[in-house]
Ligand binder design. Structure first.
Ligand code: CP
Ligand code: NVA
Length: 325
């Protein structure tokens, strides 16, 4: 039997396939209960702190709503002393005295690891430069809702910056759950050897196929096409080179057709530059840079399940908190 009480979610590397499936099942159960209007207060009396060193819409609101739904209290902490006037270690020790759980979003993976090491309470990674584990759970949940096949018969193709935090996480979770994962993108942005080797090792046990190719034909037979922004938070200065490298990998209707699967779903962690409605996309355009990683046509098409995916962030994060607290 799976028991995750007291555990941190720093990266899915630390979780077995059985534990990941347990979290997914719990998320489905909590989603159904919320739909039915059933309230359980599974986190009653718990205090949770959410630390954000990078911006967020979904992750913050998902943690807050999940906590409130289950009767917990939340503190949203930006501009704290942490890392500026106080070490991560001391901050973690203080927060561990006040709170039952800590969410952290920021840059270095070492920060979230240190918070877990010194706080003595469960710590959840809400995105670092290396990983976005709660996103991966929501993504697989969404695939299970819309792709009517067992996990070990699904093919997920990530197109674009295949070495970013989201791609790393998808490769990892696929390799654990037996999902056929293909990373499609330019050679200079291919998955790191470290993550590739880790995934290939997991695949020996799960039977997953894990591949990288620069060739767009890699999308053939996909059940899901996934993309993310070309420039992640913290690497804004890389915009010109990324546009040059990734323009051939923009997800458009031709690429969707190249899957040869009329039922292929389109996924994106969001936020997305699918049009020029944002200040960042507009300003880039004025500099001659078209940063759209997906066309508006695909984003708004029947293939797109991106808002179901966004909703599932809440149900999966709720499952993580309920299971670990
Ligand atoms: N997908 C995701 O993490 O969204 P936010 O950056 O809005 O939290
Ligand atoms: N790769 C993106 C994901 C945002 C949710 C970033 O890190 O900015």
């Amino acid at each position: 039997p799976v028991n995750l009480k007291g555990r941190s979610l720093l990266t899915l590397k630390d979780f077995t396939a059985e534990e990941i499936k347990y979290l997914l099942n719990l998320a489905f159960d909590l989603k159904a209960k919320k739909r039915a209007g059933l309230r359980q207060e599974l986190l009653k009396g718990k205090n949770i702190v959410l630390i954000f060193d990078k911006t967020s819409t979904r992750t913050r609101t998902a943690f807050e709503v999940a906590a409130y739904d289950e009767g917990a209290h939340v503190t949203f902490l930006t501009n704290s002393q942490m890392g500026k006037k106080e070490s991560i270690e001391d901050t973690a020790k203080v927060l561990g005295r006040m709170y039952d759980g800590i969410e952290y979003r920021g840059y270095k993976q070492e920060v979230v690891e240190a918070l877990a090491k010194y706080s003595g309470v469960p710590v959840w990674n809400g995105l670092t430069d290396e990983a976005h584990p709660t996103q991966g759970l929501a993504d697989v949940m969404t695939m299970m809702e819309f792709i009517h096949k067992p996990l070990n018969q699904m093919k997920l193709v990530f197109v674009g910056d295949t070495r970013n935090n989201v791609a790393n996480t998808l490769m990892r979770i696929s390799s654990k759950l037996g999902i056929h994962y293909v990373a499609v993108g330019p050679e200079s942005l291919k998955p790191s050897d470290e993550i590739m080797n880790e995934a290939l090792e997991n695949a020996k046990e799960s039977g997953a196929i894990i591949e990288y190719t620069p060739d767009l034909d890699g999308v053939k037979g996909a059940d899901a096409i996934y993309t993310d922004v070309w420039v992640s938070m913290g690497e804004e200065d890389k915009m010109p080179e990324r546009v040059e490298l990734l323009t051939p990998y923009r997800v458009d209707m031709n690429l969707i057709k190249r899957t040869e699967n009329p039922n292929v779903i389109f996924l994106h962690c969001l936020p997305s530059f699918h049009d020029f409605e944002t200040t960042v996309a507009k300003e880039a355009k004025e500099r001659g840079l078209d940063i759209r990683e997906v066309t508006d046509e695909v984003f708004r098409s029947k293939h797109s399940k991106v808002f179901d995916q966004a909703e599932n962030r809440m149900h999966t994060i709720k499952a993580v908190m309920v299971a670990t607290l």
